[in-house]
Design a protein around this ligand. Sequence first.
Ligand SMILES: [Zn+2]
Length: 444
Amino acid sequence: MTTESPYWNPILETLPRERLAQLQLKKFQRIFRWAYDHSTFHRALYDQARITPDDIRSFADIRHVPTVEKHMMRDIQRKTPFPYGDALCVPIEDVTEYRQTSGTTGQPVYQPDTWQDWEWWAECWAFILWAQGYRPCDRVFIPFGYNVFVAFWAGHYGAEKVGCEVVPGGVLDTAARVMKIDELKATALMGTPTYMLGMAEVAKNRLGIDPASLTIDKITCAGEPGAGVPGTKDRIESAWGARVYDHAGATEIGAWSFECAAQPQGMHVNSAMFLVEIEDIETGKPIDQPGQRGKMIITAFDRMAQPCIRFDAKDIIEWADAPCACGRTFPIIKGGVVGRADDITKVKGVLLAPTAIEEVVRSIDGLGDEYEVVVNKKGDTDQISLKVEMRPEARNRLNELERLLVDRLRLKTNLRYDIEYVDIGTLPRYEVKARRFKDLRKKD
Ligand SMILES: [Zn+2]
């Protein structure tokens, strides 16, 4: 491989669609048979649905394979072998990596990987990083508290695999991390969109350093939809003077998608390593065409210790219709992951995705990066309150900003909000995943 190729794997990334589909079917059959033969949990699930490996001959057959939900993985963990339970397909002594989900939606799910699985993680990340322009000459700074969450661990190894020099910015605080980037002249960064904005704020306000004057030229964002939200992406790009790329992955799944250097306003699905299906949220019917959002059902083809087969990820996505300028045949999901099925909620009978509010708030210049949304009930009526931060220099333009905000929110979400303006720095800052959306109606 030469450093000239724009693709990490030139064969797989440009495979004609029909051949890609053949490969996917073959790989699905293989992982399905593996799980059927080696995991008590999967065998019982498929026996109950009366499906055996010999029944999988087409994509239509795949749609009859039962989906797996997160709560099922939690139940499995009460069984042997400790602590993973009976979805484990390898002897426990073959497990070399323990990780867990962040537990933002309940009890964390434990995730075992073998060394082979861990190399697979790094390989998936190599596709991502190469597509985003990471090369051996890069010095990548990873401002992540290396811990039980998988987060940027795999990004770390992926960057090494690509040949980059990797600086683990583990236990340093934010200011120390910025100074380290400055000291080492790092060229790339990985983090959540929230933290990338927070770091830029600390650099400017506490250290008097303009992050755009540093040597960072690309940033890979993951963990939240932000880098797919145009307003957020613009803010991070202009704060750091760098190109910002989106990526989505998950502990139970792997690193399944990436934005390429052509920045197609969406992300490629790595279809050589994953099968992504989209289902209508209400009817469960498959969505194969662009133009309709649904929830993602995903399969990781090559993860062996605890397979991920038709996992109901609760991510809301939609197919894009245009091919990408980069030449990859991997399909694109429009605007990245646009929300979580759990977060999309009906307010006054209208479907509301929190990312729509984010897009509006961050498209308005005089407002800060943070915001908070609370949905509640007053009598029988739903009410949404929105808190936004106002930049001091924008205070005298309050009326103009308010008009912009109200108009854009109505246009984008069809809803009215009680808006409160607070000073910059008032709302909480987050290092990993932000919780800016609260639905108090759900308590009943
Ligand atoms: Zn592309």
